[in-house]
Write a protein that binds this ligand. Structure first.
Ligand SMILES: *Cc1c(COP(=O)(O)O)cnc(C)c1O
Length: 217
């Protein structure tokens, strides 16, 4: 399965984040041995433990909702945080990254689904206001490299497509209004096991696939 998906994603130059949450280190090691280097996790303690035991050239991505008081546990090693849904969270990431004398790549998570429970910024205007503030310009230890979103969990493909299009639209707006000549701002993290092909069609640059690779959780 990994090879098939890797091959498929190669055609569109889409990055695969193998979502290994709840899966044991041995399952990750097996996928590592086949060449996979980027793994996504949603629990701080779990990713910190896996970081300790697994090869150090793995790039760990934090993909789930992140509490501010837990940022310090992943700040020394995390490669990317997909779930930045508030200014206060970014501020904490910046602070902890500075303590570790490094910079952390972050994605701004937008709320694109119908469901109430999903986190994220609601609109581009709020994000632009924040990005243009001195609060943000003083954050030297974070780099915003794109956006992330989760579509509604539904069989209605057109709805999911519409939500992905909306996220792509947010990305384009931010690109033209703020990140104009910023080449680092290039990622659109969208698409999971059930909808990644649709996401790729709609311009995803990074898919987060778990169960399709590792089996059911
Ligand atoms: C669990 C999770 C995924 C992967 O979901 P699958 O349906 O198993 O592919 C992707 N993104 C986020 C944010 C997740 O929490």
């Amino acid at each position: 399965m990994l090879e098939r998906i890797q091959e498929e994603l190669l055609k569109t130059n889409t990055t695969l984040v193998a979502v290994s949450k709840t899966k044991p280190a041995a399952a990750i090691q097996a996928m590592y041995d086949k060449g996979q280097r980027i793994f996504g996790e949603n629990r701080v303690q779990e990713v910190a433990e896996k970081y300790e035991t697994l090869p150090k050239d793995i790039q760990w991505h934090a993909i789930g909702h992140l509490q501010r008081n837990k940022v310090k546990f992943i700040a020394p090693f995390i490669s990317m945080i997909h779930s930045v849904d508030s200014a206060r969270l970014l501020e904490e990431i910046n602070k902890q990254a500075a303590k570790n004398d490094r910079s952390i790549d972050c994605l701004l998570q937008f709320h694109i689904a119908e469901e109430e429970s999903k986190f994220g910024w609601q609109n581009v205007e709020d994000v632009l206001t924040f990005l243009k503030s001195s609060d943000f310009s003083e954050m030297k230890n974070v780099r915003i490299v794109g956006v992330m979103g989760m579509a509604t969990f539904t069989d209605d493909k057109e709805q999911v497509r519409g939500e992905f299009q909306r996220l792509k639209g947010y990305f384009e707006e931010l690109k033209s209004d703020f990140f104009t000549d910023n080449e680092a701002f290039k990622e659109i993290s969208m698409g999971m096991s059930g909808d990644y092909q649709l996401a790729v069609e709609e311009g995803s640059t990074m898919v987060r696939i778990g169960s399709l690779l590792f089996g059911r959780r």
